[in-house]
Design a protein around this ligand. Structure first.
Ligand SMILES: [Zn+2]
Ligand SMILES: [Zn+2]
Length: 122
């Protein structure tokens, strides 16, 4: 049983690592089912929670649903308020201003920009 859980968790993580779309648990479920048809949505939710607690995935909230990210390297996000697409934004320079945190150790960053993507702008 434990072995099986580990394999499923690896498959879920694999699906997340292979997309840049910051999917919902339902989308991940649909993808994992292609390789493991007997998996349940509950199992996907449970494993996502474990992966999140282990720091292997990020959980974001788009205002209504939880979205998952296989990229845990610090980065920020832009979310389109119309189509809900989430785009990664690399961290660069001194944003916001790391100077005031120089004596702190930063473990993670969570910045979310809201607006309209190029397709939804007009
Ligand atoms: Zn959009
Ligand atoms: Zn991301």
């Amino acid at each position: 049983m434990h072995q099986r859980n580990t394999v499923q968790r690896k498959e879920i993580l694999e699906v997340l690592k292979n997309t840049r779309s910051h999917p919902t648990a339902e989308w991940i479920y649909g993808e994992v089912r292609k390789i493991r048809p007997d998996i349940s949505l509950g199992t996907v939710y449970r494993n996502l929670k474990v992966l999140r607690n282990q720091g292997k995935v990020l959980e974001l909230h788009d205002g209504s649903k939880a979205r998952y990210d296989g990229t845990v390297k610090p980065h920020t996000h832009f979310i389109c308020e119309k189509c809900r697409e989430i785009t990664d934004l690399p961290l660069s320079g001194n944003f916001p201003s790391w100077d005031c945190l120089k004596n702190h150790r930063i473990n993670s960053v969570h910045v979310l920009f809201y607006g309209r993507c190029p397709e939804c702008r007009s």
